[in-house]
Design a protein around this ligand. Structure first.
Ligand SMILES: Cc1ncc(COP(=O)(O)O)c(C=O)c1O
Length: 377
């Protein structure tokens, strides 16, 4: 007898919580009624919901009013930010990123480098390693680094960077420091002021349990004032209805990072998950993840699998990632899992296992049994 979601290990990808489908359906039905009514109440409703989403996210990461806005995804957040920075932070400077960053942000930065005139420096992983060491990042980080993008928790190892140490070093170098918080937002506590970061980017997927298309961009108040986003439009202004071609003006706050009509649907569809998350005892959610994570760790050790994640809990996000032997096809393991109502994924030979709120002890046992059987095939 299995319980719905007890064998779900995909919280690094799409988070689930009990009642999510029903809550989302109700939110989307409300939206459909509001949007499909032949009156003039649509925008008040939709922009109000978007503001609620912004308020929830701001509360979660300690962002002050007017410092956080919506984007389509993490890559779009970074694009908007990079195109807004004063040129003297980029031209002739280095932009620092580590080799275990999310590939999409690397693709973006590599494409922007020639046009914006910076050198992209990618901190390499050590021989055989699955994440970049903080000390290697620091070793590559001098005063010639204009911007650094840190990955809080890596998507292929769940390695958790020591953001406090990295930020302390980076500020001494005078760099603009951003953090991609996607892989642990909603699971581990994060506060944009502790330590103070210049910008933060995320989606609402993964542990946040939201919908695709609901990205966010946070920018520190005094950085906002010197940013001039090239991706701008009528919604970047204090008053979107100021339509004089010759009188464009940036809003004083984060709204300057908006552009055209905001896509409100993804934010609206993510709101039930945000309300659910904010009403939870998040320390208890983390404790549940840690307890099941320890069981997964013990189980994969017993199966003799090589760990792709740090062994120490304090150096990890919410996932346990393991390297499958080359003799075993990841697709076969995932197929065996699926047949047993267990859901995980793999990047190459790295199996990603992320227990969340709906995963249970019994689910972990079933997963380890299925994994053992798949390895023995
Ligand atoms: C660390 C990290 N950053 C970013 C993303 C997603 O980027 P985007 O929203 O641009 O698709 C992911 C998704 O897995 C991720 O793990």
């Amino acid at each position: 007898m299995t319980m719905a979601g007890d064998g779900y290990f995909l919280y690094h990808s799409i988070g689930q919580y009990p009642g999510k489908a029903t809550d989302m359906a109700a939110a989307m039905a409300d939206f459909s009624v509001a949007w499909g009514s032949a009156n003039d109440a649509q925008w008040g409703y939709a922009l109000g919901k978007r503001q609620e989403f912004i308020a929830q996210w701001s509360a979660l990461i300690g962002a002050a009013n007017g410092t956080l806005t919506t984007t389509e995804n993490v890559t779009a957040s970074l694009y908007s930010l990079m195109g807004s920075l004063p040129r003297n932070t980029l031209t002739g400077k280095k932009v620092l990123v580590a080799g275990d960053c999310f590939p999409s942000v690397h693709f973006l930065l590599a494409g922007l480098a020639p046009r914006l005139g910076f050198e992209l420096v990618t901190v390499p992983l050590r021989q055989g390693a699955t994440w970049a060491e903080d000390e290697d990042i620091i070793g590559h980080w001098g005063p010639d680094v204009g911007v650094a993008l840190l990955t809080w928790v890596s998507s292929t190892s769940s390695h958790r960077s020591d953001i406090a140490a990295l930020v302390a070093h980076g500020h001494a170098q005078g760099s603009v420091i951003g953090v991609d918080i996607t892989q642990a937002a909603g699971l581990l506590p994060f506060d944009v002021a502790k330590p103070e970061v210049d910008f933060a980017i995320s989606t609402s997927l993964k542990w946040m349990c939201g919908a695709p298309g609901a990205g966010i961009l946070y920018v520190k108040p005094d950085l906002i004032g010197i940013c001039a986003p090239e991706f701008r439009g009528w919604f970047s202004q204090p008053d979107p209805f100021s339509w004089d071609f010759d009188a464009f003006a940036y809003a004083p706050d984060i709204r300057r990072f908006d552009n055209g009509t905001p896509g409100v649907v993804a934010a609206l569809a993510s709101l039930p998950a945000m309300h659910w998350l904010m009403a939870q005892d998040r320390a208890a959610l983390l404790a549940h993840n840690r307890r099941l994570g320890a069981q997964v760790l013990a189980g994969v050790d017993a199966l003799g699998l090589a760990l792709a994640s740090p062994r120490k809990e304090s150096e990890r996000g919410g996932s346990i990632m393991v390297r499958l032997p080359d003799t075993v096809a990841a697709a076969d393991v995932l197929g065996a899992f699926r047949a047993a109502d267990i859901f995980a994924d793999a990047r190459g030979q790295v199996l990603r296992l992320s227990p969340g709120v709906m995963t249970t002890d019994a689910g972990v046992s079933r997963m380890l049994k299925a994994l053992g059987e798949a390895l023995a095939q």
